[in-house]
Design a protein around this ligand. Sequence first.
Ligand code: DP6
Length: 334
Amino acid sequence: MNITVKSPANIAFIKYWGQKNTECTLPYHDSFSMNLSGCFVEIDCQFSTNLKKHELLIQGYKEDYPNVALPEQYQRLADYYHKIKKYFNQSTDVGFTMTSRISFPMKAGIASSAAFFSAVAMAFATYYGKSTHTKELSRIARLSGSGSATRSIPDGFVWWYAGNDHESSFAESIAPPDYWDIRDIVIITSRDHKQISSDKGHEQASTSPFFKKRVSYIKQKTIPQVKKAFSDKDFTRFGQLIEHEALYMHHIMMTQKTPLYYWNEKTISLLRHIAALRDNGIEAYATIDAGHNIHCICEAKNEEVIVSSLDQLAGIEDYIVNKPTFGTRSINLY
Ligand code: DP6
């Protein structure tokens, strides 16, 4: 059986950092994101009981994007396969060859694992003839260990309910892609891979003396405030809240037992550039996942002026303009 799946990366407006249960990848609090139209992965999967091996090939859409699978990515995929096999109560092994095409740099704070593992979740569930209903698929995606993969499954603007167990932790679309015409301009200052993976980082999140405070702040303040700004389409308030939230997460990262500094010098200068745009009346806000690359969030009407401001800056390798988009889709099955 051959299956082709396309899945987007997503940018978190309310970030997930830290796991209360590593086996099921359960977060401490809800998170909220938008799927990205220009950052996606497509995988072609060939499943066969005659195949003895599990193979993975990663190809970049652009020449300078990665085109080989790293050993740890292969291992993560193999671990996920074994988990899924158990989850679906399968006794016999199936071999597979996966060819994955990625439209953006991997392991650089643009949620490549989320895009990849959400696509893989759809491929496995389809192969085993299991439900590909969004809610269930979002649970299955989470079992890959990439928590953010759960949010790439539904369409548009997506809420991940933290829950208390496997059943109650799932993602759901709270608004379709055309709800709000906003952009995420991903500014790529380097294709370097991050040194420490997110899963290693999650392990130490609770060692930050500020972690407990963050969890209660998110539950009591950030969630109701972001929900209100989103439903009012109050972009100024929304932008302020999400930039603050990103900085709060990095504050936790930097104060973990082994501090995690995902930023580089260009990250700081871009944060300053975005603040300067605001000083000049152009509404732009920054958010940063576990990596050095910046996501600049703006309304559609400001996209052009922001992009041309980037053209004048030194040290920018590329940028990808993203609109809100659909979630994981099976695009071919034969
Ligand atoms: C910082 O465990 O989802 O992006 O394994 O790289 O997919 P990967 O990361 P994951 O943690 C990433 C968390 C975050 C914030 C977020 O997306 O909510």
